[in-house]
Design a protein around this ligand. Structure first.
Ligand SMILES: Cc1ncc(COP(=O)(O)O)c(C=O)c1O
Length: 389
């Protein structure tokens, strides 16, 4: 007679596991489902990265526990810091301000264990990435949703957070370019955020895996390029999206030394780091694969136009956001996000994510992901036009 730990009772099954199960069930029945639900790039990882992995995997010294288990390999940390200063204008010390992660999702979890005490309030945006709340719950914290609305450009209104909540808050999770809304942050907003965090002694977990995925002349923006950010913030980043490496599980945490050391302490008691060969492959990505990012942006730009064009033809007045490979589309009046998502699934066998899955303020939206091959996206748009036209 085994009993699951009580802490799991408050933690719902992970949203995308449920969606995956639904898709798999339909496919097992022979239905040709097109999933626009999950942000998992389909293009292959660039060749130099794979070559470096293979070469490093052949060297027996890499078959042992990873070098510098706790922080990640020095060569990769140095490369990450070089990338950050050259690309985003943020200076970081590879020894004390950089930690290699098993993807940014891992960082979200370890940040909570490292920085949140039981009973602390932790601010999260609503709508927000579904990975944050479970990590906060695991640490015994209480998530407090801060609304993001179209009127505010999907940036949280920090003034709306009541004084007693600010006082009890020890951390704030947010991400721009934003999943799910696609909104980008402005330097002015980030400056206000840093001031807010300093005034209230709040540790910021700025989750930035989409930093490179911006359009319409927008430039990648790191919170760590803002003066004073290192006093209060850790930025998480990832190889998953810019280099089509979601399956490789490689990311990094950068910024505040106290938080980085605390996360390293959690990590050293939890895992033994990332396979050296994958870390070497990560250095190849940063050294050689910046041009692949341009290519990737062309692909998503083209798909973005296709979906927006289709929606406009269907009479939906919709202008795309400037970041990420997601489109956060208002549902036609009177339809809930779940109703529309179900309708698209039933009538077109196209899966989108209902906005309500991202929080109360996600109601009234559905999210499309552009991470399917062009042809499948064209087919999805044809089906959508037939079903809704
Ligand atoms: C906002 C956000 N954070 C973190 C992650 C996880 O990324 P990684 O593959 O680096 O763990 C995702 C993945 O979709 C995401 O959207």
């Amino acid at each position: 007679m085994l009993h699951r730990a009580k802490r799991l009772e408050s933690i719902p099954p992970y949203l995308f596991m449920e969606l995956r199960n639904k898709i798999n069930r339909a496919r097992a029945e022979g239905i040709d489902v097109i999933s626009l639900a999950i942000g998992d790039p389909v293009e292959p990882t660039p060749a130099p990265i794979i070559e470096e992995l293979c070469e490093a995997a052949r060297r027996p010294e890499n078959h042992r526990y990873p070098t510098d288990e706790e922080k990640g390999m020095a060569v990769l940390r140095q490369e990450v810091c070089r990338w950050y200063v050259q690309r985003y204008g943020a200076e970081l010390d590879p020894e004390q301000e950089c930690l290699i992660l098993i993807g940014s999702k891992e960082g979200c979890h370890h940040f909570a264990l490292a920085m949140v005490n039981p009973g602390d309030v932790v601010l999260v945006t609503d709508p927000g990435y579904p990975g944050y709340k479970p990590s906060i719950w695991f640490a015994g914290g209480e998530p407090y949703p801060v609304a993001m609305t179209a009127e505010n450009g999907f940036l949280p209104d920090l003034k709306s957070i009541p004084a007693d909540v600010r006082q009890r808050a020890s951390a704030f999770y947010l991400n721009y370019p934003n999943n799910p809304t696609g909104a980008v942050a402005t330097p002015e907003f980030l400056r206000t955020l840093v001031d807010f965090a300093r005034e209230n002694s709040i540790a910021i977990c700025y989750d930035n895996p989409y930093i490179e995925i911006v359009f319409d002349g927008e430039k990648p923006l790191s919170l760590l390029s803002i003066e004073g950010a290192k006093d209060v913030a850790v930025e998480l980043n990832s190889f998953s999206k810019p280099f089509n490496m979601t399956g490789w599980r490689l990311g990094m945490a950068l910024g505040n030394r106290t938080a980085i050391a605390a996360m390293a302490q959690v990590k050293s008691n939890t895992d033994s780091g990332v396979f050296n060969a994958i870390q070497y492959a990560g250095t190849a990505a940063l050294r050689e694969c910046a041009p692949n990012i341009e290519e990737m942006l062309n692909i998503y730009g083209r798909r973005r136009e296709l979906v927006v064009g289709t929606l406009n033809k269907l009479g939906w007045d919709y202008a795309p956001p400037k970041g990420t490979f997601y489109l956060w589309v208002p549902t036609p009046q009177g339809k809930s996000s779940l109703e529309l998502a179900d309708e698209l699934f039933e009538r077109a066998h196209v899966v989108v994510t209902p906005g309500s899955a991202y929080g109360q303020y996600g109601e009234g939206y559905i999210r499309f992901s552009l991470t399917v091959p062009d042809q499948r996206l064209e087919e999805a748009m044809e089906r959508l036009s037939r079903a809704l036209g």
